[in-house]
Design a binder for this molecule. Sequence first.
Ligand SMILES: [Zn+2]
Length: 151
Amino acid sequence: MISDWFRKPIGEAKSRQPEEAQAEAIFRALSGICPMCGEALRGHSYQLFAITVADESTEILVEFIQSARGHSWETLSHFQTFDPMKNALEAFALGCPDTILALLLVRDPFELYDTSSVEYFEALNQKESATWRCLFATNNWRGFGTAALAG
Ligand SMILES: [Zn+2]
């Protein structure tokens, strides 16, 4: 029983930012260290799951945050709104090498010289990690290789 939303590619907006810039933004926001295992981010992977414009409607923003914190992945997956002239709030999965996932909410400012910041972080348990991991395309996980070298 796979619903329609599951079949749709998730995170179409992610091509808006060069992958390297995205990896670097997360890398910098986390100071290069995984908040779950305390190890360097090299060897970890991440994938964008949902994104919303952060400064338009408080209602939408609250729903986005509540869906994320409540692990309502299906609801959260419907948030795929991006406006290059507005701040964005992004939900990422960060994967430890041991397959545990963390939920990251990252504020992505549109101003060129402003920096991304992690607004919320939560390590998921084995079961939650496995459930969420099923909703990602297996070949879309990105590493921190280049960012790690630059940092
Ligand atoms: Zn880790």
